[in-house]
Design a protein around this ligand. Structure first.
Ligand SMILES: NC(=O)C1=CN([C@@H]2O[C@H](COP(=O)(O)OP(=O)(O)OC[C@H]3O[C@@H](n4cnc5c(N)ncnc54)[C@H](O)[C@@H]3O)[C@@H](O)[C@H]2O)C=CC1
Ligand SMILES: O=C(O)[C@@H]1CCC=N1
Length: 277
């Protein structure tokens, strides 16, 4: 889908002002959206003060009738807080388009709590904080093509988007890109530990590891060759990389990653069942 611009007078309300909300609204403000068009409901005074200071958005301690002015409501609370958070908000936002970033809350539960099917489920990731995010999206039955275009435009400053036509695939996507940054950080932590054991400083190791991830990812994105081919190109016959890969294979690293992804997606399905999906 092509990215259209955000309608000029669009008003947005965020429910929850934590990491994900900051990533999305920070991108919008940096892109030039007037902060006065953004309201954030956030119960923690410290977080409200930070949002106001950093982005100049309007902050509310609790939902009130002013939320009725919002064309789009972005739900960025924890899954366990979600249903309770909808109670004071839903009476004001019947006409709005809703965007939920909560993991494991199915569209059916959102529709039940919000009283509308005009909604989109998103699965973002934390690199959205630096405009390098990857967000999966699934549109509810009441969301129009225009609604999808608005959501696409709102999320464009956070990075790339991928629309899925089957809701179940949101859990599969989460197992790669939603939770994936944690796998990458885990890998980097291990590289830093190994670097220190080999005599580098932790700082040197971190720089080397992060740039290696960024460079290798850029090669995958910029090349028509499969990752396997790119790997073979690094792995000289009788050379050093071969020794490293053999140890990873002996330790079942690939199997462990795939098993971890299955556990991640299964937890998403478990949460969905808990919320009546
Ligand atoms: N952190 C991540 O990597 C990802 C998170 N998500 C989803 O994003 C959602 C938010 O996650 P984070 O931003 O990381 O959490 P967070 O804890 O940073 O932010 C949640 C915010 O909601 C506020 N809050 C709590 N109860 C509220 C209520 N009744 N009304 C309004 N605000 C309320 C909290 O004070 C907090 O500031 C979660 O549902 C999570 O599943 C999705 C993809 C990736
Ligand atoms: O761990 C979680 O539940 C959330 C969803 C994807 C990333 N973080």
């Amino acid at each position: 889908m092509t990215t259209t611009s955000i309608p000029e007078h669009l008003q947005i309300a965020f429910i929850g002002g934590g990491n994900m909300a900051s990533a999305i609204l920070g991108g919008l403000v940096r892109q030039g959206m007037a902060p006065a068009r953004i309201r954030v409901v956030e119960p923690f005074a410290e977080t409200r003060a930070r949002l106001q200071q950093e982005f100049g958005v309007q902050v509310l301690e609790a939902a009130d009738a002013s939320l009725g002015q919002a064309d789009v409501v972005v739900w960025a609370v924890k899954p366990q807080q979600f249903e309770e958070a909808t109670r004071p908000v839903a009476p004001h936002t019947g006409k709005a388009l809703h965007l939920s970033v909560a993991a494991g809350i199915p569209a059916s539960a959102l529709a039940r709590w919000l009283g509308t099917e005009r909604l989109v489920r998103a699965m973002p990731n934390t690199p959205a904080l630096v405009g390098q995010g990857m967000t999966g999206l699934f549109a509810g039955a009441g969301a129009s093509a225009d609604d999808r275009a608005v959501i696409d435009a709102l999320l464009a400053p956070t990075g790339q988007r991928m629309w899925l036509e089957q809701e179940a695939l949101i859990d599969s996507l989460m197992a790669i890109s939603g939770s994936g940054p944690a796998y990458v950080f885990y890998f980097i932590e291990a590289l830093v530990r190994g670097g220190v054991e080999l005599g580098l400083t932790a700082e040197q190791s971190k720089i080397l590891a992060a740039q290696t991830f960024a460079g290798a990812a850029a090669l995958v994105q910029g090349s028509s060759d499969a990752p396997e081919v790119l790997r073979q190109r690094v792995t000289s016959k009788g050379g050093t990389t071969h020794e490293a890969i053999v140890i990873m294979q002996q330790h079942g690293v690939e199997q462990a990653i795939v098993a971890a992804m299955h556990a991640c997606a299964a937890r998403g399905r478990e949460l969905a069942e808990q919320f009546g999906g």
